[in-house]
Design a protein around this ligand. Structure first.
Ligand code: C2E
Ligand code: CA
Length: 581
């Protein structure tokens, strides 16, 4: 008897110790008897269910621990009953990983729960223990993480991964319903200029503003995504005809063209849009995005701020471009590049004032390729920088050969493209070539097109001044085509203006062009520039230029670009006769 009492006391004490222990842990614990009636709740379980221990005791567990599968979802099955029946004494069940606990006052929170059957010493089941804890914060975090993984941090738009996913689903739906859809590739024109000149902060805000307007332009069922940089892509999920996509594209062009007010500054930005449609232009997400990208590229080439639809010829053109690009990567190493030289003449005396180096590519299969076909490719893939260095060195070496052979000094012009001019080591490269070849800086003229200079006129002024300080001559190429502002023209420290051949060729046919050319000659003279007319092909054009006081000329009428040996002969023999007669 005595022993029994002690044993009971010991058990009570043990129970109390156990309860105190259970109260102090972070996990909520609920015990039931074999019928699934509640026998115990620890403090945490009281807090989470809203039931006090005394009130809950004896009630069916489902009343106290009200569980649903997700917020607003169906009730969760009776795991306790199952655990007891199946006698999972040793196995823990954690099958309800996504369930929601409804507190007595209706408040809901996500929990994770484990159910374990309890056995007595004989091994028969006497009830179950349910342990659970609040996982709402962790779930919210993981939702946030998956949102972050699928969205662009700057604009909160779906990123490429999510966009492709949505596009793939939309394609599957369109296929089932026999419908069309369209993918629009939207790229900001000259965004880099804004970023570079006004700073990344302004650039970022501009991208956010663009994102907002794009969303406002499309339907809720459409998806706007930012692929990165200044590239956006739009999925138009419901398209009846191609005209619907054209309508949306026009709307986007119009909406984005209105000034964006960023930090109290009004910024104008245009976009180029390329469109591809399903099923015409491709059957899968990747193909449709690529083709919209191709079409966007084409839109940019045709003057920006416009929209192009993908055409199959575009694809062929792109494949051709890619094949040329691959070959061009090897061209330098295989010695396939060469220079032709075209003389420039003094239009009064007929003397050769210099030669312009013009690049050619002798392709092993395709034969001679002219710069119009590969310079823009080289610019796009960055190859223009090493190619330009080669041109400069090769031309200066030729000048050195002419000088050493006793032909005297032949001033040399070399064309410089935007990527070269903007490259960090351009100036030091020019200096190195001059030193290596011994060409006097004043005998080298660099030709920069007006559009290259105007792209970032402020930076251009700085760079030109540095070149000028080095002593090289500077010419503005394709003058008249790049919308130079007069402010900048005055600030560019150039020595010569080269009138674009399109004006020169019309001077005898079109009175308007004649007036423009004579005005440009006067402008050049008043800015103290040498004026060089390009593309002189006829005697009549020559006469006009002479009459209007144009200093120099270049063109087929005098000589086409020729290989070095022929250029040597031209310089030796002179071609005054073409001018003076
Ligand atoms: P550009 O600087 O305007 O060069 C003049 C172009 O007009 C040359 O074409 C020349 O062959 C052509 N031309 C000369 N006289 C006449 C004429 O009387 N009538 C007509 N219709 N055309 C004439 P080319 O050699 O095909 O070069 C085209 C463009 O490629 C050049 O235009 C220049 O911008 C670029 N380029 C050429 N060589 C280089 C180079 O080494 N580096 C870079 N970056 N660009 C180059
Ligand atoms: Ca030129």
């Amino acid at each position: 008897m005595m022993m029994d009492k002690r044993a009971t006391e010991a058990m009570v004490l043990e129970n109390e110790v156990a309860n105190v222990t259970l109260d102090s842990i972070g996990e909520a614990v609920l015990r039931t008897d074999v019928q699934g009636k509640v026998t115990y709740l620890n403090r945490k379980a009281e807090e989470m269910t809203g039931w006090r221990r005394e009130e809950a005791r004896g009630r069916p567990m489902a009343d106290v621990l009200r569980l649903i599968e997700s917020v607003g979802g169906p009730a969760v099955g009776n795991a306790v009953g199952i655990a007891i029946q199946e006698d999972r004494a040793t196995k823990e069940t954690a099958e309800c990983t996504n369930c929601v606990l409804v507190r007595r006052d209706g408040f809901q929170c996500g929990i994770e729960r484990k159910v374990t059957a309890i056995q007595d010493q004989d091994g028969s089941v006497t009830g179950a223990v349910v342990a659970f804890h609040d996982v709402s914060a962790a779930r919210a975090k993981s939702l946030e993480m998956s949102h972050l993984a699928e969205h662009d941090a700057l604009t909160d738009l779906p990123n490429r991964v999510l966009f492709k996913d949505r596009l793939t689903q939309a394609i599957a739906l369109a296929e089932r319903q026999g419908k069309q859809l369209a993918v629009m590739f939207v790229d900001l024109d000259h965004f880099k200029k804004i970023n570079d000149s006004l700073g990344h902060d302004v650039g970022d805000k501009l991208l956010q503003s663009v994102a907002g307007r794009l969303i406002a332009c499309v339907r809720r069922s459409d998806t706007v995504s930012r692929l990165g940089g200044d590239e956006f892509v739009v999925l138009l999920a419901q398209v009846e005809h191609a005209e619907d996509a054209a309508y949306s594209a026009r709307k986007i062009l119009r909406t984005l063209a209105a000034p964006h007010i960023i930090d109290n500054k009004s910024l104008d930005i245009n976009v180029s849009i390329g469109v591809s449609t399903y099923p015409n232009d491709g059957e899968d997400a990747e193909g449709l995005i690529n083709r919209a990208d191709n079409a966007m590229y084409e839109a940019k080439e045709h003057g920006r701020n416009n929209c192009r639809f993908f055409r199959h010829e575009m694809h062929a053109r792109l494949a051709e471009r890619q094949s040329l690009e691959a070959d061009l990567r090897c061209a330098l190493g295989r010695n396939e590049l060469l220079l032709h030289y075209q003389p420039k003449l003094n239009l009064q005396t007929g003397e050769i004032t210099g030669v312009e180096a013009l690049i050619r590519w002798l392709h092993p299969q395709r034969g001679m390729i002219y710069p119009a076909q590969f310079v823009s490719i080289a610019e796009d893939c960055g190859l223009i920088v090493p190619i330009g260095q080669w041109v400069l060195l090769e031309a200066c070496k030729q000048a050195q050969t002419w000088r050493d052979s006793g032909l005297g000094v032949v001033p040399l012009s070399v064309n410089v493209s935007a990527a070269e001019f903007g490259a960090k080591d351009f100036l030091s490269g020019v200096r190195a070539v001059l030193i290596a070849t011994g060409v006097e800086p004043q005998h080298l003229e660099l030709e920069l097109t007006e559009s290259v200079l105007m792209r970032d006129a402020e930076a251009a002024v700085v760079n030109l001044l540095k070149l000028k300080a080095m002593g090289v001559q500077l010419a503005i190429d394709d003058f008249g085509t790049g919308y130079s502002s007069f402010t900048y023209l005055r600030r560019f420290p150039s020595d010569a203006l080269k009138l674009h051949q399109s004006f020169v060729q019309e001077i005898t046919a079109d009175p308007a062009d004649a007036a423009i050319v004579s005005a440009m000659i006067n402008l050049g003279r008043s800015l103290k520039q040498r004026v060089i007319a390009e593309g002189v092909e006829t005697r009549a054009q020559l006469k006009f230029l002479q009459l209007h006081g144009c200093g120099e000329g270049q063109g087929y009428y005098f000589s086409p670009p020729v290989v070095a040996e022929q250029a040597t002969k031209l310089v030796e023999d002179g071609i005054q006769a073409r001018v003076v007669h």
